[in-house]
Design a protein around this ligand. Structure first.
Ligand SMILES: NC(=O)c1ccc[n+]([C@@H]2O[C@H](COP(=O)([O-])OP(=O)(O)OC[C@H]3O[C@@H](n4cnc5c(N)ncnc54)[C@H](OP(=O)(O)O)[C@@H]3O)[C@@H](O)[C@H]2O)c1
Length: 281
């Protein structure tokens, strides 16, 4: 029996991982969220890992509030960096594989072509900086790890697609940023990629986003079109939107390591969105 500890199991990705690996008779999940296992507590993390002796630890826990991180540096470093450190130490001690999720926000967004795993990160805000620190902790402390950098994630939880649909219930127009481009990625697609890697020895850092790209404004337009909503998108600049945290203007990741080492392909962002909205309906 392969036991898998999932942290942050109530989050979007935690739920998708459970669905993706459901029904495998040789897999047993030990699902935890902050109440069962606060990943910032090294003693609790070690205690659980020693008791479970997991095949793998999949870290879906994070401080994902991009703007909140700017006011909560300590909390963000604890959850996004110390947490993965603790889990990696416990994975190494118990012989488990470590799966960790990172983000496109580790880049500065000034590129003109998709970022690969070989490009140099240069995060611009607290979220990106603490997530990059988390990647480094995993590299330093885990023997066998998969780090997957993803972007613009949506699934079962609070996300951009649901926010747009909610706004469309009461608004005829919505202002959405037009000068940030990226690759919307469903948690279902990301969970499938994790499953693909998990039982291999193909360790390392992977970009893991749906194929293709769009701006947030185009993403919103497509959501409304698929939902049959009349809501009009008013494209605005990031400056006009004035979010607290800086966000990369160019956020497109190439899944280069997956292409170099496997024949695994993510779905196109548009196809993944169609599948997601069908499920929502
Ligand atoms: N969402 C995106 O657009 C996006 C983009 C790129 C990368 N990512 C990365 O993808 C991963 C999954 O993201 P997601 O959207 O599924 O996140 P999410 O929905 O925000 O879920 C994160 C979960 O972690 C829990 N958590 C917070 N602090 C914890 C702690 N100290 N110990 C244990 N659990 C804790 C949260 O609980 P509370 O809700 O109670 O805080 C929540 O259940 C994260 O690593 C994230 O950085 C996300």
């Amino acid at each position: 029996m392969k036991k898998i500890i999932v942290t942050g199991c109530n989050g979007q990705l935690g739920r998708a991982i459970n669905l993706e690996l459901k029904g495998y008779s040789d897999i047993e999940f030990v699902n935890t969220d902050v109440e069962e296992l606060d990943i910032t507590n090294i003693d609790k993390v070690m205690e659980l890992a020693r008791e479970v002796k997991p095949y793998a630890i999949i870290n879906c826990a994070a401080h994902t509030g991009v703007d909140a991180c700017e006011d909560e540096w300590d909390k963000a470093y604890r959850i996004n960096a110390i947490g993965p450190r603790n889990l990696s130490i416990s994975a190494t001690e118990t012989g488990a594989k470590m799966v960790h999720i990172s983000t496109d926000y580790v880049f500065d967004g000034k590129a003109q072509k998709p970022y690969t795993e070989f490009d140099k990160p240069d995060p611009q805000g607290a979220y990106g900086m603490t997530k990059l620190a988390g990647e480094n902790m995993v590299r330093d402390f885990a023997d066998r790890y998969f780090i997957l950098r993803t972007a613009w994630l949506y699934g079962d939880g609070k996300n951009f697609v649901k926010t747009m649909l909610r706004i469309s219930e009461t608004n005829d127009t919505v202002s959405v940023v037009k000068d940030q481009v990226g690759s919307p990625t469903s948690t279902k697609e990301l969970a499938a990629a994790i499953k693909h890697l998990l039982f291999t020895e193909n360790y390392g850092l992977f970009h893991a986003t749906c194929e293709g790209s769009c701006s947030w404004a185009q993403f919103a337009e497509e959501i409304f079109r698929l939902a049959g909503k009349k809501t009009v998108v008013r494209p605005i600049t990031s400056e006009e939107f004035a979010a607290k945290a800086p966000r990369p203007a160019y956020s497109i990741l190439e899944n280069y390591m997956l292409k170099l080492t496997t024949d695994y392909m993510f779905a196109d962002w548009h196809d993944a969105l169609v599948a997601y909205m069908r499920e929502l309906a």
